[in-house]
Write a protein that binds this ligand. Structure first.
Ligand code: ATP
Ligand code: MG
Length: 424
């Protein structure tokens, strides 16, 4: 016998028992986005490799070792998108959406990174991304933080998440800091791991983003970027934190927060939980004004974030905030020669008059007993029963499956009214 083919490591199926949980979160996400007036943008999953190299930075984990890159059949190098910001900005520039305009956008879909698969770290994963353009902040910085807080509140997980904040200043400020970092880390070459030694030469800020536990003690003694910020960057950050204080949004200052991508400046943030182990960052983002010019646009402003949906769902599960879905409200049982055809007609009448009713009709025949078993297994609250007696009387029987209430035999119109009541 042929061997079964399995899915690619780190790429997962979402099975029917879990899809209702995804649909629940997706519905809330969409509601929150539209209640802040954000518009959805849909982008290709594949882009030119050059786009990611130019935006994310050549010396980042993503570009160095995580991209799924392949040659197109007619030449040219393509890459499965490892994140959404670059593609979103590319689309906005290409279609002139930044020309004298402000944009508040969101997108949702799979991203691909060739990482070592583990809990909360996959090779195909879903991100919700938010990007805004044309606003220097810090008002918009605050708005998108408020938006995330609203989302956590709606999902019932605000208490499990901590907002960590930092400012990365401007490119010029980071250059001065970079020199200080090089001097600091160069004094402890024996304490640097292989990655950090390499980064010391290419991209020393990345050392601060190291996940290696052995590096953390040294990193905690490194100079702090905040001390190198100029007046304007300081003022931006001070205004941000003061307004967050005023609004009652709690945060922790994390001076080592640099993010895994090169394009950030000024405000950066992460929402972190201690309920998911090492992969505790559920949502991360920041300001990336300079990326727009880097991709060929005019000087402009941008801030956004991306949320890892698998981690978000794990957090909801860990904190028991996933509602049990009702997949079937009623199960239609039809026994007898005439019942099946009448059943189809009646089911369609119910579906027409009660569009919210989740009605499953029995297929495959069988006795009352076997059909009732299936009804019970479906999770339905009611069995609707059509037998010869009901057909002759032009009626239908309704039997509650999850309570001791009596079975009732009623007219079709009465059945609609009854089901309408139980749906509310
Ligand atoms: P990490 O430090 O955990 O590797 P990152 O800095 O690479 O994250 P971003 O590129 O900022 O993450 O992506 C934003 C969010 O997307 C992360 O905070 C996380 O929730 C999620 N995410 C990133 N990579 C993965 C992955 N391989 N599997 C699942 N979720 C991921
Ligand atoms: Mg990463």
């Amino acid at each position: 016998m042929a061997r079964n083919i399995q899915a690619i490591r780190g790429m997962h199926d979402v099975l029917p028992d879990s899809t209702p949980h995804w649909q629940y979160v997706e519905r809330i996400v969409k509601e929150v986005m539209s209640c802040y007036g954000y518009k959805e943008i849909r982008l290709p999953i594949v882009e030119k490799t050059e786009l990611f190299k130019r935006s994310i930075g050549e010396v980042t984990d993503i570009v160095e070792k995580e991209m799924y890159t392949f040659d197109d059949r007619n030449g040219g190098s393509l890459t499965l998108r490892p994140e959404g910001t670059a593609g979103c900005l590319r689309a906005c520039l290409e279609h002139g959406l930044l020309h004298n305009q402000i944009q508040r956008l969101w997108y949702y879909g799979p991203m691909f990174r060739h990482e070592r698969p583990q809990k909360g770290r996959y090779r195909q994963f879903i991100q919700l991304g938010v990007e805004t353009y044309g606003m220097p902040g810090p008002d918009i910085d605050i708005e998108i933080l408020l938006l995330t807080v609203r989302l956590w509140r709606r999902l019932g997980i605000l208490d499990h998440l901590e907002l960590q904040l930092n400012s990365l200043g401007t490119t010029e400020e980071r250059l001065v800091y970079r020199q200080q970092l090089i001097e600091f880390f160069s004094s402890y070459p024996e304490q640097l791991d292989e990655d950090s030694l390499r980064r010391l030469k290419t991209n020393p800020l990345r050392i601060l983003d190291s996940k290696n536990p052995k590096m953390q003690a040294l990193i905690s003694q490194a100079p702090i970027l905040m001390d190198f910020l100029g007046e304007q960057s300081q003022a931006h950050f001070a205004q941000l934190t003061q307004q967050l204080d005023h609004l009652g949004i709690r945060y922790t200052l994390n001076p080592r927060l640099v993010r895994g991508l090169d394009y950030y400046s000024k405000t950066v943030f992460e929402w972190v939980t201690d309920k998911l182990g090492a992969q505790g960052t559920v949502c991360a983002g920041g300001r990336y004004d300079s990326l727009i010019e880097q991709l060929g646009g005019k000087p402009n402003h941008a801030i956004g974030f991306a949320m890892g949906m698998e981690r978000l769902l794990s957090l909801l599960e860990e904190s028991s905030q996933l509602p049990e879905p009702q997949l079937v409200d009623a199960y239609l049982i039809c026994v007898g020669e005439n019942a099946e055809l009448a059943g189809f007609e009646l089911a369609e009448k119910f579906r027409k008059e009660l569009p919210d009713l989740k009605l499953q009709m029995h297929c495959g025949g069988g006795s009352f007993k076997s059909q009732f078993k299936k009804a019970d297994k479906s999770g339905a609250k009611y069995a609707l029963v059509l037998g010869e007696d009901e057909i002759i009387a032009h009626k239908i029987s309704i039997k509650p499956l999850r309570s001791d209430h009596e079975q009732q035999t009623v007219s079709h119109e009465e059945a609609v009214d009854l089901l309408k009541k139980v749906l509310n």
